[in-house]
Design a protein around this ligand. Structure first.
Ligand code: CUA
Length: 185
């Protein structure tokens, strides 16, 4: 039995052996490598969003989105407008409890500026099955320069818990062949 007043018997206070010192050095060097990778990866990793961010009043963002829908709507799906903006245009997507609005139809290989914002609280933009994730915060317009590279249907999933309907918060992006968007008809 050892207590605070009686020192334990043993060898733990002896100087570290050479092999232990070596592993401490190896661990320390590796810590420094990982530490250096944080700024390096930020600058060289190529994973940073090509975004612009600005403050926006949620009511203004909603008004811009409604105007966007009015300008480029081509159809309807499950009560949601399907919107096919022309290549090069500004695209608006609302996150709110508990939907992504509207459905977007984009053309492959065309560049768009995708603006996303929330009208109520924090949501998470996650594009399935591609691993793309963004925090969508109310009051901020998250503008991303995007160029779809694959044709197909993509789901937008909310990956930030936002209340009782969180698991129902599914959106959709359709990517179609160049010229097939229907936005110029
Ligand atoms: Cu929106 Cu979870």
């Amino acid at each position: 039995m050892h207590s605070g007043v009686e020192s334990p018997k043993g060898v733990w206070w002896k100087p570290a052996e050479a092999s232990e010192r070596l592993w401490v050095i190896v661990a320390f060097v590796w810590c420094m490598v990982l530490f250096a990778m944080m700024p390096l990866w930020h600058l060289k990793g190529g994973q940073n969003p090509s975004g612009i961010r600005s403050k926006v009043d949620p009511a203004d963002f909603e008004a811009r989105t409604m105007q966007f829908v009015q300008d480029y709507q081509v159809g309807e799906e499950n009560g949601f407008p399907v919107v096919a903006p022309p290549p090069g245009s500004h695209v608006y997507l609302i996150a709110r409890m508990w939907q992504w609005y509207p459905v977007l139809r984009l053309e492959k290989d065309a560049e768009y500026t995708l603006h996303i914002s929330s009208l109520d609280l924090n949501h998470g933009f996650s594009l399935f099955p591609i691993n793309v994730n963004f925090q969508i915060v109310p009051g901020y317009d998250y503008g991303l320069t995007v160029t779809p590279t694959d044709v197909g249907d993509f789901r937008i999933i909310c990956n930030e818990f936002c209340g009782v309907g969180h698991h129902l918060m599914l959106g959709k992006v359709e990517v179609v062949e160049p010229g097939a968007g229907g936005g110029n008809e």
